[in-house]
Structures are given as structure tokens and as C-alpha cells.
Design a protein around this ligand. Sequence first.
Ligand code: C2E
Ligand code: MG
Ligand code: MG
Length: 571
Amino acid sequence: MKILVADDSKTNLALITDAINKLGHEVIPAHSGRQALEIYQENRPDLIILDVMMEDIDGFECAKQIRTIDREDWIPIIFLSGSVDDESIAKGIDAGGDDYLTKPFSEITLAAKIKAMQRISDMRLKLFEMTQNLYLMSSTDSLTGVYNRLQFDRSIKEILAATDRNHKKAALLFIDLDNFKAINDTFGHHIGDLLLIEVAKRLKLCVRSKDFISRLGGDEFAIILSDIEDTKEAEQIAEKIINTLSVDYNIEGHHIKNGSSIGVAFYPHASTTRENLVLNADVAMYHAKASGRNNFQVFSETLNDRYRKKISLEHALKFALERKEIFLTYQPIFNLKTNKICGVEALASWDHPTFGLVSPNIFIPIAEESGLINLLGEWILLTACKDASEWPLESVEDFRFCINISSRQLNQESFYQNVMNILRNTNLKPNQIEFELTETAVMSFSSQPFKDTIQRLHNLGIRISIDDFGTGYSSLVRLKHLPINTLKIEKSFIQDTIASKNGAIIVNCLIALGKNLGLNVIAEGIETIEQLKFLIDNECPYGQGFILSKPLDSSSVKKYLEEKINTKVKI
Ligand code: C2E
Ligand code: MG
Ligand code: MG
């Protein structure tokens, strides 16, 4: 043990030092109360022995001051005194002492008292370690080792207070992984956990050691950058994180791709309170997700306005069905060899009294996020099938009636049964129906129940089409395992065919790919005669686009089919 002994009598000090040394302990001598206090602060001893009577600061006063310096760290104190009466015992204990040793002392008593104090000291150390561990446990995320939400709440307060004091800036980054749910569903939770650990490791590499990293839960991380000079600095870090996290992962032999979306908000600029900062980083993150993921967005008032608009759209969408604001149109699909109509695609539109026409590109994602998609999707399916039951479908050979289905609908257990009921009630045959699933949806939702539902629908005779093909990243291996009938080439590729040489090559390859896989290929969004000619020259079997026909209402489709109108475009 390291024992601090204070006595202003040199002889006494030498005597006790000698005795303690004999017991195998180290002595730090102090010749006065003041010196004892100085040594205590610089050189934390394990035990303190204080002479009660010292000239400058006496033992009791010395103990009192030691206890005020460090209330938490209780180092045992023994007083050394010539006489011990009841009153001074009480005074000594009140001052913070633990025991008394009377002068002259026997070495046996000294050894026993030191041993007793050592026990207290050991217990104190254990308690200290336990408290440290408890604190660590309550502040860190046990999976990744970074801080947890509790510590985030504690630290953000402290960091912002320091930012105020130093007149600096701070930035809050909310990071959300883009495909985590799909990865968990596909590879299992064990791999999901290992991915999170790797993400935390990579995050540490992107920031300075003083920056605060935490996992708020699930696949959501938060980083607080303190002491930043200007906003560019934080933007550079956000960029670095996007790049670092999107490098492919190799986890137990699985090759995993995963991007991230980041929302950035600055303090005190644009967000003046802690609550605001957190809310604004969240708004920015929402926009990062909405702008195609794998990017970061910095919060601004413009973003906030867009966010508010989204919230009001979300609210209005809840009433859209009962207020009959949603309606369907049907865009014809043509056989490009024969010029004949061979199907239609049902497209949902929303006409709101104040927002006007809202594109499905906007309201479908909102419906998906808010869970409304199941109700909306069911209404769309039923209404479309009811409309189609009025059409003379038999007049067109191999007619395909295409309906867009959201991946969330397929995740619903009741979906298959709903489809069966609707088909029964509308007298449509399964082989007249084709469900369109976007490539991104198929690739990110490849859980077993999802695949099973697709398989069951396919077994029933319903055709499955991959919409917007080319925009997602699909692995051909995975596509091969799904029962697919059709590829729809995304319209931006079609529009590129004439604009660029590469565009033409890509579309050619996509047509060849589809055909080689034995699939139907439909080119979407054909707008010009040149595009149409290109597709025909390159033997794309089917096409759809404004130049061939705009979406029509149900009665126009009926007329179209009755009169067997072919495309008006002469090629
Ligand atoms: P999509 O399934 O790829 O539908 C084709 C979109 O391209 C439609 O846009 C259509 O109006 C548009 N389009 C057709 N021809 C042309 C053309 O020549 N040029 C251009 N620029 N566009 C053309 P719309 O109606 O705005 O739908 C957008 C997307 O919203 C759809 O893309 C689909 O992913 C989704 N969507 C629409 N209706 C539904 C629905 O009932 N359910 C679900 N889940 N999604 C739907
Ligand atoms: Mg579609
Ligand atoms: Mg499409």
C-alpha cells in the first residue's frame, strides 16, 4: 500500500515511517497539514495517517478538506493522537476519519489497523470498478461497443453546452442503413449483427477520436461532431461515411452490398435548440432516403417546408379513398411487331381538391411508409379488376392486364387470399393478370414469405413482371430464382436510346438479356417516333408510351378493345 503519513514532528514521522516500511508498505511523508493536502492531490495514496496536532492545518481540518476535494473517492484516514477522549473521537469521525491510533503505538496495533483499512481500500476499489463497469454498460451498445441512446441523450446536452461556451459549431449526423431489413431477412440476424459491428468499426475510421458515435437502435447511428469551424467540414465527413459504408462487405463469406442515408443538421445554425437539432437531422435524413438513398442531405428551411408538405399529404391520403379522390387510368401496351394492343397497365392517380393532381411517384411511397398501401392496394386491385370485367378481354388474344403491386402488399399474409377473392368476384382468370413489381422492391424484399407468395401467385397462373428494370441493382442469380415472365425496361433507358450511343447499347443488351432468359420484354415510356423505330429495329417485342397511347379511362379502354383499335402511329 501507498500510505501518506503527515506529522510535523520529525522524530515521530521517522518512527512511524520505519514501522510502516517494516510491514512492507511504502510511505509518502508530509511534514505539515498543508504538505499533506498537496501530496494527496498529486499522488493518490491508498491510506492516509494524519497527526491530529499539527501547527498549520491540524489533522481534523486536513481530513475535512480531503473529503471536500473528493467526495466520491473515499480513501481511509487514520488519526494519530496522544490522547483519545470521546469528544475528539466524535470530532474526528465527523471530519471524515475512519479510525484512531494512539501514541505511542504498538507495531501490532499499527499492522492490524492498516490491515483493516486495506480491506476498506480494496472494497472501495472494487466498488469503483463496479461503478465504472455499470456506467460503461449503461452507456454503451453491447453489440457494437459504441455509445447507446441513453448516452446520446446525456452527451448531446453536454456537447451543446460546451459548444455555446466556446462559441463554436456542432453538427449532428443521423445515419440509417439502406437495406438492413432486407439483409436481416435474407441472411439472418447473426449476419445482420455482424454487419452492424462492421458498420460501427467503419464509422470510427471516418471521424476524429473526440467525436461522439452512438447507435440509437436497429440500424440507426448518430454522430455528434463538436468544435467544427465551418459546415463544409461536417459535409466532408458525411461524404466520407457514405463512401466508406458503401464499400462491399464480406461477412462470413457472404458478399453484401449496403448503402446508407445521412441527415445532417447544424447547431446553432438553423437548429437553435437540442430538440430542434434532433428533429432537423431526422427531417434531413427523411429527405436523404427520399432522394434515392446512399446520399446525405443537410437540413434547411426548404427541406422543412417539403417535409411539412409530406406530412400534410400523408394526412390527406388517409381520407383520399373515402372521398373518392383516387382514380385509375389504363395505359395500353402494344405488340410492336403487329401494332396491336396486347394489354393495359393500371395506373393510380390522386386528385386532391387543394394539392391538385398528385403523382403516384409521390403518394405510393407515402402510402407504403405509413402502412396505408395495404388498404389502397386492395382498393386498386378490386377497382381495376371490376373495370376489366366490363371489357371484352376475349377479343384480344393473350391479353395482359398489368397491375402494379407494392412489395409491402406481398409481405402481407392475407394478400394471396385477397387476390383469390377478387378474381372470383370479378370473373377474371389468373392468366389474364400480370403483377408488376419494381426491380428495387424485388431485390430488397427477398424474404422467404415474399418469395413464397410470388411462387403461389405464379402457380395460380398470374404472370409476374419486373418493372423499371435496370434501375435497381439486381443480381441475375437472384432473378433466376424468382418465377418471372416479363421485364419492363425503365423509361429513362428508352429516352437515352437516341440521345447517346451507350444508351442504345444498354437497351439492346437488356432486350437480349430478357429474350435469352425466355422472358417477354416491354419497353416503357416511348415518346418519339425515333425511339419507337429503334425498338422495332432491335426487335423489342412490346412497347408502351405516350406516343402509342396515353393512359385512358375505363370506358375508353372498353371502346378501344371493342373497336379493336390499333396504335395510330404509322411506323
Ligand atoms: P410504372 O409502373 O413504371 O408506370 C409507368 C409510368 O410511366 C406511369 O407514370 C406512366 O404514366 C408513365 N408513362 C407512360 N408512358 C410514358 C411516356 O411516354 N413518357 C413518360 N415520361 N412517362 C410515361 P405514373 O402514372 O406517374 O406512375 C408512376 C409510378 O407509380 C409507376 O411507374 C408505378 O411504379 C407507380 N404506380 C402507379 N400506379 C400504381 C399502383 O396502382 N400501385 C402501385 N404500387 N404503384 C403504382
Ligand atoms: Mg408499372
Ligand atoms: Mg415502369
